[in-house]
Design a protein around this ligand. Structure first.
Ligand SMILES: *[C@@H]1O[C@H](CO)[C@@H](O)[C@H](O)[C@H]1NC(C)=O
Ligand SMILES: *[C@@H]1O[C@H](CO)[C@@H](O)[C@H](O)[C@H]1NC(C)=O
Ligand SMILES: *[C@@H]1O[C@H](CO)[C@@H](O)[C@H](O)[C@H]1NC(C)=O
Ligand SMILES: *[C@@H]1O[C@H](CO)[C@@H](O)[C@H](O)[C@H]1NC(C)=O
Length: 389
């Protein structure tokens, strides 16, 4: 057995040929719809205009199918389909800090300006626009919900979306501390809720803690009805090292739910502080979250392999695990497998270098605001593009 048999070589050859074939398809098929000039950003090209490629997942079942920028199957907007009949109050909570040092220290460079549709945003403007678009999506998909924006003691918002309120929670919101501060602010928020310092009302109010670079494209209120026994819900994907994402967290608004969720986040904060302070500034909270969950002796990590919701007890808290593919969908980065966009996706996360795509998506929806279906084709066709902000 010094050398592989003929059959094995043949098989290898075929695999290489198949690979070359796929690569050729990828590169030849990558038609760019040009709405500006391209800019080479070093190793990986980054775009400052909307760049579209082929849509993944075509022909696969339960995936969004597109003809150009037209979705073949239309999905009615939740507010129009009458799904929002539940009279339960659900609020979004998001940490948002304004960074304006760069304006004071350097002359505004042309490259930091961003033009989407007819509007040009400077550095602060584009970050405020992320917040606006986040709020706008919620106005459409969950019109009865509002947003609590948690921020530092001094931030002055030039404008606050009409469905949002700013809450100042003192802390260190500097970039390098933001992920740690975010957990602290969530805890303080839940504490304020428990102690009755805010919104003394008898109505149960559920909370969804999210990043602000997400688009809610469907009504999420049914989560609390469909799964009646969780305190806190997290989103997971099939990723060995980082199965949990901290970008979308549901909390049941009962006294028990809020206190258990708070205790859970306190455990995460402790793990963060004691073990993951040196982690890259964006990852500490996720590493801590993973550690807390995986350190449960009875927890079966194999359950992360299938995108199916399940409940597990973690630190005396009942945690609902929801698949990222529906509740926190983001196109995989780099060369990961990409099977398209699930038809029933509810939350789209514009992580990393996709922020501009979030603004472009809203701009696209605004121009024909019938439903989100066609916009999802735009996102699907552009999900692999890296943008310059
Ligand atoms: C950037 O945009 C702002 C408006 O948002 C404008 O006042 C400023 O002149 C622009 N800067 C450049 C270099 O184009
Ligand atoms: C944007 O510009 C185009 C043409 O330049 C114009 O037709 C359109 O009305 C503008 N849209 C808005 C919202 O101003
Ligand atoms: C910018 O920063 C200064 C000092 O840090 C602060 O006083 C000011 O309110 C900030 N501006 C905005 C728009 O947040
Ligand atoms: C905030 O946190 C950062 C990163 O840990 C640190 O460098 C900075 O000194 C802190 N700022 C204050 C005011 O504590």
């Amino acid at each position: 057995m010094a050398y592989p048999g003929k059959g094995k070589w043949k098989w290898k050859c075929m695999r290489y040929l198949a690979l070359i074939f796929i690569m050729t398809l990828l590169f030849s098929g990558f038609e760019l719809s040009r709405i500006g000039n391209s800019k080479s950003g070093g190793r990986q090209q980054k775009f400052h205009y909307l760049a579209l490629g082929p849509a993944a997942g075509q022909g696969l079942p339960n995936r969004i199918q597109c003809q150009g920028l037209n979705a073949i199957k239309k999905r009615p907007l939740p507010s129009l389909s009458g799904l929002t009949l539940v009279n339960r109050k659900i609020s979004f909570v998001s940490v948002f800090a304004i960074y304006n040092q760069s304006l004071q220290t350097s002359v505004q460079r042309a490259s930091t300006n961003v033009t989407v549709g007819n509007t040009t945003f400077d550095k602060i403007g584009r970050s405020m626009e992320i917040l606006n678009v986040f709020a706008n999506f919620i106005k459409v998909s969950m019109p009865k919900s509002n947003i609590f924006i948690l921020t530092d003691a001094t931030s002055n918002f030039p404008a606050v979306p009409s469905n949002a309120a700013v809450m100042h929670i003192p802390g260190n919101y500097s970039r390098n501390n933001l992920m740690l501060q975010r957990i602290k602010s969530y805890i303080d928020f839940l504490e304020a809720r428990l102690s009755g310092n805010i919104w003394k009302q008898n109505q149960v109010e559920h909370f969804i803690f999210t990043d602000s670079d997400i688009a809610v494209v469907d009504d999420l209120s049914h989560i609390y009805e469909d799964y009646r026994d969780f305190h806190i819900a997290l989103t997971f994907r099939n990723n060995k090292h980082q199965p949990l994402n901290s970008g979308v967290i549901f909390v049941r608004g009962t006294v028990e739910g809020v206190s258990k969720a708070k205790a859970f986040l306190e455990e995460v904060l402790e793990a963060y502080k004691s073990m993951f302070m040196k982690a890259a500034r964006m990852l500490g909270d996720q590493l801590a979250l993973n550690w807390i969950v995986k350190s449960q002796p009875l927890f079966d990590v194999k359950r992360f392999r299938a995108p199916k919701a399940f409940v597990a007890e973690v630190h005396r808290t009942r945690v609902l695990f929801l698949p990222c593919s529906i509740f926190n969908w983001t196109p995989p980065e780099g060369a990961g497998q990409f099977h398209g966009m699930p038809e029933d996706v509810k939350v789209i996360h514009f992580k990393g270098s996709r922020k501009r795509l979030m603004l472009e998506s809203w701009n696209f929806f605004k121009s024909h605001p019938v439903d989100f279906s066609d916009m999802m084709c735009l996102i699907l066709k552009s999900g692999r593009t890296k943008y310059d902000f």
